[in-house]
Write a protein that binds this ligand. Structure first.
Ligand SMILES: [Zn+2]
Length: 165
């Protein structure tokens, strides 16, 4: 994705209040992010671990989605769970259920969409092989990094389509 500024991010949110978008903690060192390797910018709020954010380009517009981390997943080392975007398998709580309030009337009625996502929201790096999941075993996958990136983007797109009315 192309590099974005603090202003871009704060004005991109579609499913939280303007006040929340103004106050939320942004990732540090925005200028140093590996933008070329990112399909989206995702981060956990350091001051509020139950909050996570995801900013992505959709049809040429920047769309920010506020997420609630509603379950930390199992912490048992032996249990595995899979991210619904990049399909990376993690052990020991590396995946969490994150829920986004839908936009528009559906959101006002309290409707939301939940997905199991990598807790560090580094799906872009996992699909490119630039980061490895802790405790990951041999994964039986024959896809190239390019194919994995395309798959992650398609999964993200379908998630956004459900959140944005
Ligand atoms: Zn992921």
């Amino acid at each position: 994705m192309r590099p974005v500024t603090e202003h871009d991010i704060r004005t991109s949110f579609v499913n939280c209040s303007k006040g929340e978008a103004k106050r939320l903690d942004l990732p540090k060192d925005l200028a140093d992010h590996p933008w070329d390797d990112l399909d989206f910018l995702g981060w956990r709020d350091p001051g509020a671990p139950e909050r996570a954010y995801l900013v992505v380009e959709r049809d040429g517009l920047l769309v920010g989605i506020a997420l609630r981390v509603t379950a930390g997943g199992s912490r048992r080392f032996t249990s595995r769970s899979m991210c619904s975007l990049c399909l990376t398998t993690h052990t020991g709580g590396g995946v969490a259920l994150m829920t986004a309030r839908r936009t528009g009337e559906a959101g006002r009625q309290g409707d939301s969409v939940g997905r199991y996502l990598c807790v560090d929201l580094a799906c872009s790096l996992y699909s490119r092989g630039k980061k490895e999941a802790a405790g990951a075993g041999v994964v039986d996958e024959s896809l190239t990094p390019e194919e994995k990136v395309a798959r992650t983007r398609a999964n993200l797109r379908s998630f956004l389509d459900k959140v944005v009315a």
